[in-house]
Design a protein around this ligand. Sequence first.
Ligand code: SF4
Length: 214
Amino acid sequence: MCSDPIHLTPDSSLEECNRVAHSAVQRCDEIIKLADAKVACREGCSICCWLRVDVFAHEVFLIAHYIRAQFSAEEISELLVRLADHSTQVLSLTPFEHATSNVVCPLLRDGRCSVYSARPHSCRRHHSLDFATCQFTFDHPEDLDSPAAHDRDLFRALTAVMQQNIDAYSDAGFDQTIYQLGTALNEALNDPSAWSRWRDQNQAFRRASITPPA
Ligand code: SF4
């Protein structure tokens, strides 16, 4: 299921990048469908959308592409206002302060992800077997030692796909900086030169919050 070869080169087109991303998404969806984990996640629950979300630049550009294709002009204007406010808030915090605070994702609308089919791997991999643990995490964001409530095998399988996707872009020489979703998306939608920098295999975003490598 996870053995499809993935090859990108520095000259790969956006279509090829999209193909790689969609291949990974399909494999994640297959893994989730076949898993027999009893996840507690339910439509309308968005507690995990208050966590800091780490992403790579290629994921941010795919989300930006989705927004430009799917959102109305009014929805994009509203989102840009939310992204600007969100960026001001997040950039006033260190990555650790942000990770230990509840800051809502600007892509959450009416309790739902507005880019669900294009959401990043961090969100796609996230799941929980126990709502009470999620609620505890939400009520105590400063407690990073609270136990994870995910299914270990499912999490491992989704992480393997995620890593394969990361490696495809890394092997082709693309930006491997770990960015925070909202601040990077704000830049992607407002600064066209971010895309040029990424295509030239440089660091795409200059103002976004960066998560230090573990
Ligand atoms: S991208 Fe979607 S799923 Fe991920 S945190 Fe934002 S609203 Fe939630």
